[in-house]
Structures are given as C-alpha cells and as structure tokens.
Design a protein around this ligand. Structure first.
Ligand code: ATP
Ligand code: MG
Length: 176
C-alpha cells in the first residue's frame, strides 16, 4: 500500500524581517560554540503538528482561519537558557492574555477536529541559539516589543543538514 504524503507542520508567530534581524544579531553574538538560528528561521511556535497527512491541509487552514484573536503585543523582555534542550531563548516575563487565548483557541479547534499536535503545555519563547552551553554574560539583552498582527501555518522542510521553513498561510487578527 502506498503511504499517504505528509508534511511537517507547525503554527507560529512570525516576526517581520526587522525584528528577525535584531534577534539574529544578538543570537550571533551570544552563540559561543552553539548554533545561532538563522535570521529567516526565527519564530515562536504556537502548536507543533509534526508529520501530518497533506490531505488534511485544507481542513487545517480552514480551522485556523476561524480562530478569532486580538493583535498581540509581546514584550521580549528577557532571555533564558534551558539545560534540558540546550537552547538560549527570549520571551516575555509575563505572557500576554491575548497570546494565551490564541493558543488555547487554536489548540482546542485542532483537538476538536482530531488533528494531532504535541500536547505539551505552551511555554512561549523564541529559540535563538541551539546546542548552547549556557547564557553568556555579554552581550546584554535589550528588551524589544513584538507587535504580532497575525499567525502562520508553516511547513518545515529538511534539505540535507539544513531546515527551511515555508510560510504556507497567514491568519490575521481581528481588525484592532
Ligand atoms: P531541527 O529539528 O533540525 O533542529 P527545528 O527544530 O528548527 O530543526 P522542526 O523540528 O521542524 O525544526 O521544528 C519546527 C518548530 O517546532 C521549532 O520551533 C521546534 O522547536 C518546534 N518543535 C519541534 N518539535 C516539537 C515538539 N515535539 N513539540 C513542540 N514543538 C516542537
Ligand atoms: Mg526539531
């Protein structure tokens, strides 16, 4: 029997190029022997679906389009280091309610439709450096504000050692 075609999918907040550029610049300086994320790959994962039947894409896009959410003002006011996965990340010391609500609604709709995703609780963060030994003392982190007016469905494609993300569709917030 032929195996169904799959795509590796996730939902994310996607920074504009200017914000990606700032984050990438800091990541490069902070990376040490770690691996700074490439500028164009920087994002905040909302729900990770992983390998998903491509035939489900129209349904997934439709349910994402039905999510009603307000624009998100996310202060990226801190950096951190997680030993268990050796990443350096940035994020908000207080998660805005607009973001929690978006994730809850999106995940609830995925669940209701029987679309599988990683059920680990959402911990909002942008991964900046992988394979890091720790958080460097320098450079200092300069807080940024991320104004997100949409979220995206993204496909993750690996070509040899390199992961490329393809924005499949963007879903705008309610007009604010
Ligand atoms: P690589 O796996 O090659 O290091 P990557 O992690 O950037 O690359 P993916 O594995 O496709 O690429 O992951 C896409 C996004 O989803 C990343 O933000 C990643 O951290 C996140 N992610 C991956 N696996 C999971 C998972 N099991 N649960 C939650 N988020 C995940
Ligand atoms: Mg991965």
């Amino acid at each position: 029997m032929e195996r169904a075609a799959t795509e590796r999918l996730f939902f994310a907040l996607w920074p504009d190029g200017a914000l990606q550029g700032r984050l990438a610049a800091w990541a490069k300086l902070a990376a040490g022997r770690g691996r700074a994320m490439r500028r164009e790959n920087l994002h905040l994962t909302l729900a990770f679906l992983g390998d998903t039947e491509a035939a489900l894409l129209p349904e997934i896009k439709a349910l994402a389009a039905s999510v009603q959410f307000d624009p998100i003002r996310l202060p990226l006011d801190r950096v951190g280091y997680w030993k268990h996965n050796r990443i350096i990340w940035c994020g908000a010391s207080e998660e805005p309610q607009t973001l929690s609500a978006l994730v809850a609604d999106l995940r609830a709709r995925l669940s209701a439709a029987g679309i599988r995703y990683d059920p680990k609780p959402f911990v909002s963060h942008v991964t900046l450096v992988r394979d890091a030994a720790g958080l460097p003392e320098a450079p200092a982190w300069a807080p940024l504000i991320w104004e997100a007016a949409d979220f995206a469905l993204v496909g993750s494609v690996r070509v040899e050692a390199r992961v490329t993300y393809q924005l499949l569709q963007r879903f705008p917030a309610k007009a604010g």
